[in-house]
Design a protein around this ligand. Structure first.
Ligand code: BES
Ligand code: ZN
Ligand code: ZN
Length: 483
């Protein structure tokens, strides 16, 4: 999608469709629209769409009025949704050219970035594998504003970088297990790193054996596909302070459950079990261009969890890289096993702060539904930074408890240092407590995105499928880092 800025007066904007924001309670007198408000046909309710053909007084061929809802609820997140809704609606009508007006108080950098993000995210559909020539897409999106100065171009560029990186994440997440194996994730990572000037290294099975990553290797042994551990580094030209942020992402390219096999119903969705790692690859892609002030390193252990003849069994005991022994009670709790070794490795690589993202538990979906990411933190300062970044990005997150009692009550093994599951109750919390054993004393935040990385039903502003969450939060966290 071509992104442009135009500073002409609204009536002179030459476009197929001009999108105009309509706050609830304000009558739009232009474009010959006043009558629609008088009759009550248009009220400016949130995401209400009214397409006007041959609008009066403007060069644009159409005007799309989009309701913005109550002004007191208004923010850049709402504008992102509004722009996405407009784009999705117009694209379904085969329109290719869209301009969106940011008038009055909306003419600021935050809103310009949000409008561009909304347009690019709204244009996304996971239709890569559909053949046929009826695929639609918006070709150009223009922000129309009276604001002067280069801030607008900068903001639009930033929005474009972030949204394209989010769509990069969504494309990876949507790839099926047969086409995106651990080796293919590594190939995609290497290619992206080369394109954006990041250092990338992939540890193979032999290297993992030398490093003693027994927990990760135990999961990998059931599949004919070899595991791959992606390490990608961003280093600022001149680093501020001594912080080093480590992003650790679950990369299970397909989760059958292993010997503790999952039911057939819905198993096809388990291709999204690498969404945590993919969101971090997307974050690295954006950060390489936006250049935050601190070093950021990504750690993405990639495996396929299969019940092959070499697969690990319930009751197996593995030794993690940290030296701790784990009794594998359930082979379907594989995410925490691969993350255990990834967290240890990230610590040994000198990360001072860790954030992991993982489609870790069905239990977090029971607890929070599909609307909030479950956030667990060992450090209040890092928790607050992540929550603030998430809020600013409209990626909802909710703090969950991380208390030693949970470990003492539920995480006991008679035969090893700890079991890989904690029983029936508090499943998302015991999973987080398990990870905490490997994050040790490094400030750490764990994001359980099992309920939020995949959207089951399309909405006016987004397609069904991968959401890209929590990529934008990670980018903002690094960009706004202060020691
Ligand atoms: N990948 C799943 C978690 C998951 C569930 C992600 C639903 C997305 C949607 C994870 O590996 C898993 O299977 N977890 C088990 C843990 C259990 C065996 C303790 C689960 O949540 O059922
Ligand atoms: Zn599993
Ligand atoms: Zn899994």
């Amino acid at each position: 999608m071509q992104i442009a800025i135009e500073r002409n007066p609204l009536d002179q904007v030459d476009t197929e469709t001009l999108v105009v924001v309509v706050p609830e309670g304000r009558k739009e007198e232009r474009f010959g629209a006043a009558g629609l408000f008088d009759q009550g046909e248009v009220a400016g309710k949130s995401l209400e769409l009214t397409l006007l053909h041959h609008p009066a007084g403007v060069v644009a061929r159409r005007v799309l009025l989009v309701g913005a809802g109550k002004p007191e609820k208004w923010n850049s997140g709402e504008l992102r949704k509004l722009a996405a809704t407009a784009v999705r609606h117009l694209k379904s009508k085969s329109i290719k050219q869209v301009a969106l007006a940011l008038e009055g108080s909306l003419a600021n950098p935050e809103f310009a970035a949000a409008a561009v993000e909304g347009a690019i995210l709204g244009d996304y559909d996971p239709d890569r594998y559909k053949t046929g020539n009826d695929k639609k897409s918006i070709e150009s999106f223009t922000v129309v504003t009276e604001g002067a100065g280069p801030w607008l171009e900068q903001a639009a560029r930033q929005g474009q970088i972030i949204a394209e990186a989010q769509n990069f994440t969504r494309n990876l997440v949507n790839e099926p297990g047969n086409l995106l194996t651990p080796s293919k994730v590594a190939e995609a990572a290497r290619q992206m790193a080369a394109e954006y000037g990041l250092a990338c290294e992939v540890l193979d099975r032999a290297r993992m054996e030398v490093l003693g990553m027994g927990a990760l290797l135990g999961v990998a042994q059931g599949s004919a596909e070899p595991p791959a551990f992606i390490v990608m580094r961003y280093q600022p030209a001149s680093a501020r302070g001594s912080a080093h942020l480590g992003l650790v992402g679950k990369g299970v390219t397909f989760d059958t459950g292993g010997i503790s096999i999952k039911p057939a119903d819905g198993m096809e969705k388990m291709k999204y079990d690498m969404a945590g790692g993919a969101s971090m690859l997307g974050a690295m892609r954006a950060l390489a261009q936006l250049k935050p002030p601190i070093p950021v390193t990504l750690f993405m252990p990639c495996v396929e969890n299969m019940p092959g003849s070499r697969a690990q069994r319930p009751g197996d005991i593995v030794t993690a890289m940290s030296g701790k022994t784990i009794e594998v009670i359930n082979t379907d709790a594989e995410g925490r096993l691969i993350l255990a070794d990834a967290l240890t490795y990230a610590r040994k690589q000198g990360c001072t702060h860790l954030v992991d993202a993982a489609t870790l538990t069905g239990a977090i979906v029971v607890a929070l539904g599909h609307l909030n990411v479950g956030l667990f933190a060992s450090d209040d300062g890092l928790r607050d930074r992540v929550l603030a970044a998430a809020k600013a990005e409209g990626e909802r997150m909710w703090p969950m408890p991380l208390e030693d009692d949970y470990k003492e009550t539920y995480l006991k093994s008679a035969f090893a240092d700890l079991p890989n599951v904690g029983g029936r109750w508090g499943g998302a919390i015991t999973a987080a407590m398990f990870l905490k054993e490997f994050a040790e004393d490094t400030p750490w935040v764990h994001l359980d995105i099992a309920g939020t990385a995949w959207i089951d039903e399309s909405k006016p502003y987004t397609a069904k499928g991968p959401s890209g969450v929590p990529m934008r939060t990670l980018v903002r966290l690094a960009m706004e880092w202060k020691d």
